[in-house]
Design a protein around this ligand. Sequence first.
Ligand SMILES: NC(=O)c1ccc[n+]([C@@H]2O[C@H](COP(=O)([O-])OP(=O)(O)OC[C@H]3O[C@@H](n4cnc5c(N)ncnc54)[C@H](O)[C@@H]3O)[C@@H](O)[C@H]2O)c1
Length: 396
Amino acid sequence: MTTTPGDGPPIRLGIAGLGLAGAMMIRAAVIHPRVVLAAGADPLPRPREAFARDFGARVYAGFEALCADSEVDAIYIASPHEYHADQAVKALAAGKHVLVEKPLALTLADCDTVIAAAEAAKTHLIVGHTHAFDPSIRAIADLVRGGTLGRLGMILAFNYSDFLYRPRRPEELDTSRGGGITFNQVTHQIEIARLIAGGMVRSVRANVGVLDPSRPSEGNCTAFLEFENGAAASLTYSAYDFFDSDEFHGWVAEGGADKPAGRHGLTRQGLLAAPGTEPDRQKDLGYGGRRLPPEQPHLPHFGTVIVTCAKGDVRLSSNGLLVYGLDGLSEVPVPRGLGRPGHGDALDALWAAMREGRRSSHDARWGKATLEVGLAVLQSARERREIVLAPQVPVF
Ligand SMILES: NC(=O)c1ccc[n+]([C@@H]2O[C@H](COP(=O)([O-])OP(=O)(O)OC[C@H]3O[C@@H](n4cnc5c(N)ncnc54)[C@H](O)[C@@H]3O)[C@@H](O)[C@H]2O)c1
């Protein structure tokens, strides 16, 4: 094993779930100077074989075998939502540090089980990656917290994507099993707003929709979040592949790659033109299937985010922040960090916790608070009323 001088040995990372999220984290880990890819687990043979071949890493069909691997320090859990809580508890019990994908769990009771396990463990648990780890979002949060722009008033976040028409597992189109955009996509916006506004959502009013009966889970959402500190956030998401809000971000894709302009509707047309191929195409999204863009000339983003404070507005540019202040407009570059921005920042947080003992705000209680907001979005839409939450956890 190579070591990073002065910093301690790299984290020996195990990846549980070699699908799309797994492939994205592998792409970040492989260039991260403080991480080595040690092992992987997935019930599907093809991504396992590709991972073993590419990294000379050990692979397992079952999650428990990955937990039993004594040469794995930390496990990134990127299996489908329904496994997150149980696998997080098992990994902690095996003495592993954990980076677990959002949502932390599908119920608040399961979140409580993970919280208890994390607080009893000697290892760290971080919920991520989410776009709240993006360097530009963390830079906005730091700017707001630093106070030079005055009191935070409101946050606008909107994203229009093709999410619903990318090939999906059946449960991803079943809300009762965590399907639809609320758990998967709106979660990013909730985390972004919580990080910038300090974390403590007071109440939620929302409306969600299922506009295409052939994709029978939520595909559009508009939510109004009010924070304990008086700030508010307006979150809008559409997954119907009509308008693409990357058009408002210079045709930079979510991950920071350049994106061809004017491809509206192609994902929906492609899927509907080839009925019956969805299961195979869904598996092709995993490791060793579709090739993800290796280059990342710009910072990652999650649609448009505009933050209004007493002395200025801030929004994302492709490589930093645009600050519209009392003295006019200035662009503030945002450093890209050690590894691949976004996913690499989640790995940085894992490193900081494991090697420097610096706890991340994105812990199990944070993950539960984010799920509380997501569940309140669905409840508010169902009951057509404002939902007042129990006190949430702040950013620390
Ligand atoms: N943060 C992000 O940017 C991001 C992006 C995509 C997905 N995700 C999250 O990652 C998770 C997986 O989503 P995906 O899009 O990668 O799905 P996917 O279907 O592409 O991949 C899931 C993988 O997990 C494997 N798997 C199934 N059961 C397993 C188990 N018990 N143990 C280990 N692996 C198992 C599957 O075979 C598959 O290879 C979801 O919870 C989603 O919210 C996060």
